[in-house]
Design a protein around this ligand. Structure first.
Ligand SMILES: C[S@@+](CC[C@H](N)C(=O)[O-])C[C@H]1O[C@@H](n2cnc3c(N)ncnc32)[C@H](O)[C@@H]1O
Length: 221
C-alpha cells in the first residue's frame, strides 16, 4: 500500500522554479543525496541528545490540529514526533525523493504503531500534494541536498498563506559529525537563497551543530 505516488493524479503543480530567475549560485549546484546505505545514522539513539525533534518542532510552533509536510523526511526522525504533536485532528505528509527512505519510514511507522503519517514519494520539482494544503513545512538536513530552487518553490506552493517553513541544516564549520563541510550551506547563504525564493523570517536556536530558520511566505500569489 505504501509509499504512495501521485504523479498521475492530475495535480496542477505550479512550476514556480521554472519562472524563477535566481541570482544565487546555490540555485545552480547539483548536490549529493543521502545514501540509504547509511540509514542507521539517522536513527542513532544518541542523535536525540544533540538534535531533539520534539524541542525543535515546538520551537517552530507545531501544535495540535496542524497539517504538516516533512520534506526530505528520510526514515522519519522528525515525522514520528510530529505525528504525536499534531494529534488526532492533524496529519503529517512524510515526503522524500528516494523510495528506499520511505520504505524505512514505513517500517518505523509499523514498529511504533504510528498513524497520521502518510509517506509520499516526490520528485525534485514536484511534491504531489494540493496547493495551500499545509500549515507547516519542515526541511531538516536536506537543504544542502537540494538541486536548485524547484523543491523550495514546491514548498511555497503547498503552504497556506499564513503557513510557516522550518529549515534546519548543518553549520558550515568543521565538526565531528555530519556531511563534508564543502557540501554544506552557510546560514547567510541559506537566508539569501530563501529570500530569493519568496520567504522571509528569523533564526531559531536548534542545537550545537545546526542553524534553524523559521520562515513565512512573502505574498502568496
Ligand atoms: C540527510 S537525510 C535527512 C532525513 C531527515 N530529515 C532526518 O533529519 O532524519 C536527507 C533526506 O532528504 C531527501 N531529499 C534530498 N533532496 C530532496 C528533495 N529535493 N525533495 C525531497 N527529499 C529530498 C533525501 O532523499 C534524504 O532522505
Amino acid at each position: 500500500m505504501f509509499p504512495i505516488t501521485l504523479f498521475a493524479s492530475g495535480i496542477e503543480a505550479r512550476r514556480g522554479s521554472q519562472k524563477l530567475i535566481s541570482r544565487s549560485k546555490l540555485a545552480r549546484v547539483m548536490r549529493h543525496k543521502f545514501d540509504p546505505e547509511n540509514l542507521a545514522m539517522l536513527t542513532d539513539p544518541e542523535r536525540v541528545e544533540w538534535q531533539n525533534p520534539f524541542a525543535i518542532l515546538q520551537a517552530f510552533g507545531l501544535r495540535s490540529g496542524m497539517s504538516m509536510a516533512d520534506v526530505g523526511c528520510g526514515s522519519g526522525f522528525f515525522s514520528l514526533p510530529a505525528a504525536e504533536l499534531v494529534g488526532d485532528k492533524g496529519g503529517v505528509y512524510a515526503i522524500d525523493v528516494q523510495e528506499a527512505m520511505l520504505w524505512a519510514l514505513q517500517d518505523r511507522l509499523l514498529e511504533h504503531r504510528v498513524a497520521r503519517v502518510l509517506p509520499v514519494l516526490s520528485r525534485e520539482d514536484l511534491i504531489p500534494l494540493a496547493s495551500d494544503s499545509v500549515d507547516f513545512a519542515l526541511l531538516v538536513n536536506a537543504l544542502h541536498e537540494l538541486d536548485g530552487n524547484a523543491t523550495i518553490q514546491e514548498v511555497r506552493r503547498l503552504l497556506r498563506e499564513d503557513g510557516r517553513f522550518g529549515v534546519v541544516d548543518w553549520k558550515k564549520e568543521p565538526m565531528e559529525r555530519g556531511p563534508p563541510v564543502e557540501h554544506r550551506i552557510a546560514v547567510d547563504d541559506a537566508r539569501v537563497w530563501m529570500v530569493e525564493n519568496g520567504f522571509e523570517g528569523e533564526g531559531v536556536e536548534v542545537g550545537p551543530y545546526h542553524y534553524g530558520l523559521l520562515l513565512s511566505v512573502v505574498e502568496k500569489g
